[in-house]
Design a protein around this ligand. Sequence first.
Ligand code: GDP
Ligand code: IMO
Ligand code: MG
Length: 431
Amino acid sequence: MSTLVVVGTQWGDEGKGKIVDLLTEYADVIVRFQGGNNAGHTLVVDGEKFIFHLIPSGILNDDKLCLIGNGIVIDPSIFIQELEGLAARGRPVTSDRLRLSSNAHVIMPYHRALDHAREVAKTEGKRLGTTGRGIGPCYDDKIVRNGIKVADLLDPELFREKLEDNLKEKNFYLTELLNADPLDFETIYGEFQNYAERLAPFVDNVSILIDEAVRNGKNVLFEGAQGTQLDIDHGTYPFVTSSNTVAGAACCGAGIGPSKIDRVLGICKAYTTRVGAGPFPTELEDAVGDLLQKKGDEFGSTTGRRRRCGWLDGVVLKDAVRINGLDGLAITKLDVLSGLPQLDICTEYDIAGTRYSCMPANIRQINSIRPINMTLSGWEEDLSLMKSLNDLPKKARDYLKIIEDMAEIPIVLISVGPGREQTIFLKNPFE
Ligand code: GDP
Ligand code: IMO
Ligand code: MG
C-alpha cells in the first residue's frame, strides 16, 4: 500500500493532469481534494485531448475509482457536463467508478454572480483575474458557515431553508453594494432539485472509501489543483485562490490522517507561467516570453486566457519543496526550451538591496522583487521523441542537474510532450 500526493509547485498549470493520468496506472484510487472547476487539467491520450475541471484525471483508466473529496467546491452543472462529455466520447462513467463527498460545498449561481461583480467593482491593479467560477465566494460561505453542502442539497427541506436565507443576504449584497441584478428563488430551487437527482447516485462518504482502500493495501493518488504560490496561506496573497493547494490540504480535503501519507510529488514546469493577475518575479515581457507562450501553447485550460511566461524561479521551487514536504519532482515541458541559446534560472531575490531566498509575505515587497539569475547555455535538439535520460543532450541534463541541486530532492520523471508516451520515467513515484 502506498499513498502519493501530487501538487503543483508554481502558479498552476504545471502539467498535473498529464502526470496524474500517467501515474493512475500504478494507483487504484484517485482523489481530488481542493479547488473546484477553476482547475483545468489536460490529458492527451492517443492524440485525443481531454480537459477535466472537476472529475479526477484518473477517470480515463477504466478500472480505477475516482473520488471528489470534501475539500472541493462543486458546481453541479459542471459535474454533469463533464459526465455527459465523457459519455458523448464513448466513455460513460457510472457511480461504481466515481463518488462525490456529501461534505463538499456546492457552488451556487450567487457565488458566480458575486465573483463577477466583485471583480468588476475592483479597480485595475486590484482585480485578481479570477476564473469567474464562483470559487472564492463559495469558500467564503463555507468559512462563515452559510454554505450549502452536497448533503444539504439532497434534503429538499433543508436546501429550501438554506437557499432562502442565503438569497436574502446575497441579493441585498448584489443589488445594494455591487450594483448587480438580484437572483430568483424559484428558478434556482427548481434547477437545483434536478441537479440533486442527478448527483444522488454518486454521493458517498469519501473518507471511508479512502480508509477502506488504504486498509486493503491499495495505492491511493491525491491530485492537487492550482499550485503552491496560489495557496491561500502560502501564496502571493491576495493574488491567490481561495483554498489551500499544498500537500497538507490532501488530509483535510479528503478525510485522511497525515500519518497515512507516504509520498509527495511536486510538478514543476521547466519554466514558469501564471494566468490571471498578480506578481510574477521572473516574468519575461519580451520576445523570449512570447516565444515560450507560443511554443508552450500557453493558454488557460479553463478560461482560454493567454498565460504569462518567464524563467524558472528557484526561490519558488525551494519554497514548494519545504511547504509541501516534496520528496520527488516531475519536470514538465522541458521540450519547450529547445532552441533557446541561453536559459536563466532565478536563484535569489533582491528587494531594495537585501537578498531573499524565500517569497516574502508583504505584497509591496513581492511587487518590487528583482530576480538574481544564473545563466546556462541552451540546446538545439528536439526532445519530444526522447525516451531516456541518456538521449537528452548534455546541456538539458545540466539544466536538470541544477534544478535537482537547488531543490535537494531527486527528479523522478521528465515530460517532453503532452502525450502519455512523451515521458521519461526515472523512478516509480509510489515507491
Ligand atoms: P495542469 O492544470 O497542471 O493539469 O496543467 P494544464 O493542463 O492546465 O496545462 C499544461 C499544458 O501543457 C497542457 O496543455 C498539457 O497538454 C501540456 N503539457 C503537459 N506536459 C507537457 C510537456 O511535457 N510538453 C509539452 N509541450 N506540453 C505539455
Ligand atoms: P490548475 O489546477 C492556473 C488562478 C486564477 C486567478 C486566481 C484566483 O489548472 O493548475 P479563482 O477563480 O481560483 O478564485 O482565481 O487563481 N487560478 C489558476 N491558475 N491554474 C489553475 O488551476 C488555477 N485556478 C485558479 O487565474 O489568478
Ligand atoms: Mg490547468
